[in-house]
Design a protein around this ligand. Structure first.
Ligand code: UT7
Length: 332
């Protein structure tokens, strides 16, 4: 029987812009309160870029840290997958901009659009290039500048998001049971109308009218997304656990997408995860969309909750709807 070649994460780098926007800062621009935001979402603050800083800039900073950590020259990278819903521009892809800025001369690459599930989808896409034997070094980046598509007069959405990026290097796993073990992904396009940015694509190209109607901003039916996320994040985790005959208590580190602390807690409780295994950093960063999972990996490492040999589960639900859960053995 042929041995399946698996991918493993061999380096992690993250970056958030230095400027911090607190809940108190929001009290000055919309009708809200620190108490409401914290109790409904778990967010205390988020980082936001200064004017002129784009998604590729955050992605490159995160990637540089990951490459330096592993001692890899950018020229060794063979493919770059950038998960983002806020590309610098519609084309060229942010992956092309990152390739150029990094000087990753041998790499090809592309952007992947799956909103909050984009990092787990990109991770799996990158892992397939390793599994097939096509590549030995793939850079997977989740990066978003959500502040570029927020309506700062809409209190229901603007308080939720932040800017940030994370990058991982994927290489072939050596040992049995190492690296990315399995995944369960789903999309449900019927949820498209619950969370979307209406204009700027081919359906509603930019016009004075689309700008006047605020169609270039995030529009969300918060309760519909909340209900779907609570149901599907747990379901996806249960599926990936059952298929691999792993019980929830075997998970050493649960790294969920950070959209709302209440969604994370409900999922952890439903699945039966140990509370100490659950990583939460939404208080510091808000929802950075494709950036949340690598940023939470970094938090887990810093808090001593993610160690070599740990069994890890990643999970996400986002616009689309998109759903993802990944099981992996951490090897760094
Ligand atoms: O990662 C992408 C996926 N996105 C998500 O997972 C987001 C999922 N949804 C959520 O996290 C929650 O639905 C929100 C945090 C967005 C909203 O929390 P909620 O508990 O569902 O609140 P709600 O939308 O039911 O609103 C309750 C009240 C409303 O007022 P009324 O109608 O009861 O008078 C809102 O107008 O809270 C009001 N409200 C606010 N009040 C103070 C909405 N936003 C704010 C605010 N400050 N920022």
């Amino acid at each position: 029987m042929s041995q399946v070649r698996r991918a493993k994460i061999t380096a992690l780098g993250t970056y958030v812009p230095p400027r911090v926007f607190t809940n108190k800062d929001f009290e000055k621009i919309v009708e809200t309160s620190d108490e409401w935001i914290l109790s409904r979402t778990g967010i205390r603050q988020r980082h936001v870029v200064d004017k002129g800083v784009a998604t590729s800039d955050l992605a490159v900073e995160a990637a540089k840290i990951a490459l330096a950590q592993r001692g890899i020259d950018p020229g060794e990278i063979e493919a770059i997958v950038v998960a983002t819903v806020t590309p610098d521009m519609l084309f060229p892809s942010t992956a092309c901009l990152v390739q150029h800025k990094l000087g990753a001369k041998r790499a090809w690459g592309f952007d992947l659009s799956a909103a909050c599930s984009a990092f787990v989808y990109a991770l799996q896409s990158g892992a397939q290039f390793i599994a097939s034997g096509a590549h030995n070094k793939v850079l997977v980046i989740g990066a978003d500048v959500m502040s570029s598509i927020l309506d700062y007069t809409d209190r229901a959405t603007c308080i939720l998001f932040g800017d940030g990026a994370g990058a991982v290097v994927l290489e072939p796993a050596e040992g049995e049971g190492e690296g990315i073990i399995d995944f369960h992904h789903e999309v449900d396009g019927s949820g498209g109308c619950s969370l979307y940015m209406p204009a700027g694509g081919s359906l509603h190209p930019a016009t004075h009218e689309t700008v006047d109607k605020k169609m270039h901003f995030v529009h969300q039916d918060g309760q519909a997304v909340f209900k779907y996320a609570v149901k599907k994040m747990g379901e996806a985790c249960e599926k990936v656990l059952a298929r691999n005959a792993v019980s929830a208590s075997d998970i050493d580190c649960f790294i969920p997408h950070q959209a709302n602390q209440r969604i994370i807690n409900a999922t952890a409780e439903r699945v039966g995860l140990r509370p100490e295994s659950v990583i939460i950093n939404i208080d510091r960063y808000g929802n950075t969309t494709a950036g949340t999972i690598p940023l939470a990996m970094q938090t887990a490492v810093e808090e001593g909750k993610l160690k070599k040999g740990d069994l890890v589960m990643l999970a996400s639900v986002g616009a689309g709807f998109t759903v993802g859960a990944t099981l992996l053995r951490w090897t760094m």
